[in-house]
Design a protein around this ligand. Sequence first.
Ligand SMILES: [Zn+2]
Length: 428
Amino acid sequence: MEVNGMLVNQNRIQNRLEQLAVIGKIGETGVCRLAHSKEDREAVDLFRTWMDEAGFETEIDCFGNLVGKLQGTDPSAPLLVIGSHLDSQPYGGRFDGAAGCVAALEVAQTLKENDQRLVHGFHLICFSDEEGSRFAKGLFGSKGLLGMLKKDDLERQDKNGMTRREALQEFGVNPLDISYEGVYKAQDLLAFLELHIEQGPILDKSNEPIGIVTGISGPLWLTVTLEGKAGHTGSVPMSLRQDALVGAAEIVGAIRETVTRDPEAKTIGSVGSLRVFPDSRNIIPEKVTFTVDLRDIDLERRNECEEIIMAKIKDVCQKHHLTYDVSEDTRSDPKYCADWIKDAMREEAKKMNVTAPEIMSGPFHDAITFSEVCDYGMIFIRCKDGISHHPDEFSTYADIALGTELLYHTALKIGSGAYKKAAETTIK
Ligand SMILES: [Zn+2]
């Protein structure tokens, strides 16, 4: 396959990703840049210098987002927003999020180098706390910008008891400035674009470097707390126990059974975090808190699974004489990418002489927040064995450059003014 004339600069992309990978580096290839941490701030500060060089007017807002603004030739035209995130998982990789930020910046730089100016204003955003690892709730920055935060989001605590409010202050922004109204309204936005590594094995397995995303499965995130009764493990008879961990174990198994009952369905359900209190060898677990992550592209099917799991929690708690509480952290519906954006991507990929298969995203991204208010499109980059959220996460710079080239042509095409109508007809 001969790719037609690349305009983006692969060396520059590689160089920037390598510089970012040093910040919060763990081992040879891993990265730990937790949201609002000093590593996060360092990455944001470095990225900001690049944005300044590329001609953006930049600011770090009260949510911790790094926002860059480029004027379009028509100041009244709605904005094209392109972005991703610089924060990472605690034992994360070099490409998740960073690839999308560097690609968005490369789009701006390539526009400049080719004397192209978009009709629409172009905002590049490195979103704050996309990952949701530190405060068990993600998409903080994008939700803030779109007025979707809840008041108690600032009071959530990390594992050391630090609140998000305190962490933001430590990051160097003022959470008192946060307005729950949001910054962008639907009518301000033409579209949102994001490039991201696939975080799944489909492109790698089919030997395709890049893909056009068709939509994002909706995640439902719950936190379940079970409470029983503590006691000495050496003396309390089995028949009298109210062991919260035994209950949790049954529920974890039931979640797996529920989501795999139809082998054809693409439902996914996981328990990724579990805390036991008092967490001692010779004390019966009194309290267990665990997270549930349930996703499907089919909302009805996800709802069915949720019902079955909720019934199971109730049954198990009755059986083991436990009380329980389920709190909802995130509930997103599956969101499909806009046809007119996918069409633009298909046409541009064809001109580049690149086949870009169309695939669904299991993981969510900042794009899902924007999908609530405007049309969106995403480009996926092949990642080795589908591994992500791990130091082994790997994509080649050639693949990232190819995806960036498609992002560039897509931005140029839809930012030229010709698509204004297409976006208006679908504004929610
Ligand atoms: Zn990501």
